[in-house]
Design a protein around this ligand. Sequence first.
Ligand SMILES: NC(=O)c1ccc[n+]([C@@H]2O[C@H](COP(=O)([O-])OP(=O)(O)OC[C@H]3O[C@@H](n4cnc5c(N)ncnc54)[C@H](OP(=O)(O)O)[C@@H]3O)[C@@H](O)[C@H]2O)c1
Length: 219
Amino acid sequence: MTVRTALVTGANRGIGAAIARGLAERGVRVWRGVREPGDLPNTVRLDVREQSDVDSAVRRVLDREGRLDILVNNAGVTDNGQLPASADLGRAAAVWETNLLGTWRCAQAVIPPMRAAGYGRIVNVSSTLGSLTLMDRPTEPGYRISKASLNALTRLLAAELAGTGILVNAASPGWVRTAMSPRATRTPEQGADTPVWLATLPGDGPTGGFFLDRRPLAW
Ligand SMILES: NC(=O)c1ccc[n+]([C@@H]2O[C@H](COP(=O)([O-])OP(=O)(O)OC[C@H]3O[C@@H](n4cnc5c(N)ncnc54)[C@H](OP(=O)(O)O)[C@@H]3O)[C@@H](O)[C@H]2O)c1
């Protein structure tokens, strides 16, 4: 059986660390993209705002493993505390730089080797707060818009890559107890379940979808 290789962004804590553990438990060789790598094995410096970090992280995984089958775009920040009518747009733009452009940058870097291999799984960790259908509260506007945009990016990439063997999907982890949401009720492992499922889909699995608890979620 082929052993797949994955790169997980923001894998040092929270949901990203749980996704990395979940993939490793399923026999995937996992590289952790983190901003402060230290000397831990299978860890690469990866600030998703930095094109040079993204390029060198992808090159390092390819040099060491000869393949990069799975990208989990998990790194994310929020502008909790803002409201849209008064929001500091600089704060909102900083969220878009990480959550949307960081994800887009990482996807662009892995698509050429995935295309060459005829196989890829790209999972964008989105949020129920990015669902336009469910967007009935004004909180965290920069964050909500970043995740709605990330969902749009998921659809666009899936459409462009249809038939290439690369599946692109978005996942909401639910409300998960991490530094981002300290009062939440789910464990990081529960939040990681759907992203790990999407990262290990069979070839006839869905693409261009948005899922919570392995079920479609309203856009
Ligand atoms: N917790 C929830 O209820 C919830 C719900 C829906 C969606 N999500 C999504 O789940 C993902 C993980 O969030 P979490 O709850 O695990 O939050 P978290 O504990 O705050 O973790 C966020 C992770 O993102 C990393 N990160 C932030 N900016 C980065 C950058 N520029 N480059 C690389 N890494 C960066 C952080 O690294 P540092 O340690 O270096 O800061 C950290 O590893 C996010 O995309 C979030 O939007 C969370």
